[in-house]
Design a protein around this ligand. Structure first.
Ligand code: NAI
Ligand code: 15L
Length: 268
């Protein structure tokens, strides 16, 4: 696939773990990459980058942020389980502000960094596809379900297309036994984003973000039109991961798709 570069592509969450990786990897997809986060980011390295500090919870700031943009990779927000009050602004109000701004400014394509925590309460002996009922495993997972529903609504109502990537665990390497199944390499994440940005007529597509791991729990048949072909596998890390002491068989990390998230909180 030879992508046609956008004029201006917005990446939110640019100061985060994935944002810093994607800052390099998305460069070729746009004449200008607009990088945004509430946290400080490294300065622009040239005219092909714009740096905009912005709180996703701030409606006016988000509308300004989205002005002049052709497409958005939305990776900003709280990325772990936290009290609902901390998630509300960035993940609930934030995603709403972003789609409203996209509507007002004519943005037609969004990549939404959703999460496996939308379906975290499935057990690891269950294999599911994108049609499986969601089973969020906390306030964070609930916020990602909300984001997916916003994406669905904005396609049905306004024709704004989104690929929601239910990312498993995207880190340099899998850190534990659960991640041998959920791991998504940075190269495979980049491929998913590229497919999501440039495949025509995606409507609202939900795709699971995992590499070609031996024991994957997620079936991507509903996203076949993306032609996502993962190249990496967690197998190369298996011996290293399995050298760690094994958790008990009833430990949430050994039972649920969402692992430890299912047992996080309550926070009061
Ligand atoms: P991260 O926590 O490193 O990055 C998130 C970024 O969002 C941070 O730089 C943070 O400052 C920013 N942010 C938080 N609140 C904000 C606000 N109010 N306004 C603007 N920016 C705000 O997380 P990571 O790992 O880079 O993940 C990126 C995205 O991918 C997140 O949406 C996360 O939920 C999602 N994801 C990541 C997975 C992974 O394995 N890394 C797995 C599943 C989903
Ligand atoms: C996520 O949604 C988180 O953002 C990430 O930090 C990991 O915890 C990942 O899920 C996971 O489930 O491993």
């Amino acid at each position: 696939m030879t992508p046609t570069p956008f004029k201006r592509l917005l990446l939110t969450g640019a100061a985060g773990g994935l944002g810093q990786v994607l800052r390099e990897r998305l460069k070729g997809y746009a004449e200008v990459l607009r990088l945004s986060d509430i946290a400080a980011m490294a300065p622009a390295t040239g005219a092909h980058e714009e740096i905009v500090e912005c709180d996703l919870a701030d409606k006016a700031a988000v509308h300004q942020l989205v002005e002049g943009v052709d497409a958005i990779c939305h990776f900003g927000g709280v990325s772990v389980e936290r009290p609902f009050e901390e998630i509300l602004g960035p993940n609930i109000c934030g995603v709403f502000h972003l789609y409203e701004a996209a509507r007002k400014h004519g943005v037609k394509r969004i990549i939404f960094a959703s999460s496996n925590h939308t379906i975290g309460f499935y057990q690891q002996d269950e294999r599911i596809d994108a049609h499986a009922l969601r089973r969020p495993d906390g306030y964070y997972g609930l916020s990602k379900c909300y984001g997916e529903d916003v994406a669905s609504f904005y396609f049905d109502r306004y024709g704004i297309e989104t690929v929601s990537i239910r990312i498993g665990s995207s880190f340099p390497e899998p850190q534990n036994r659960r991640m041998l199944s959920t791991w998504l390499s940075y190269d495979d994440l980049t491929q998913l984003i590229e497919r999501g940005l440039f495949t025509p007529d995606v409507g609202h597509t939900v795709v699971y973000g995992a590499s070609a791991n031996r024991d994957v729990w997620w079936d991507n048949r509903d996203a076949a039109h993306l032609n996502y072909q993962p190249k990496d596998s967690s197998e190369v890390f298996r011996a290293k991961v399995e050298a760690q002491p094994a958790p008990a068989a009833d430990d949430p990390s050994m039972v649920y798709h969402g692992g430890a998230f299912v047992a996080a909180g309550p926070f009061d």
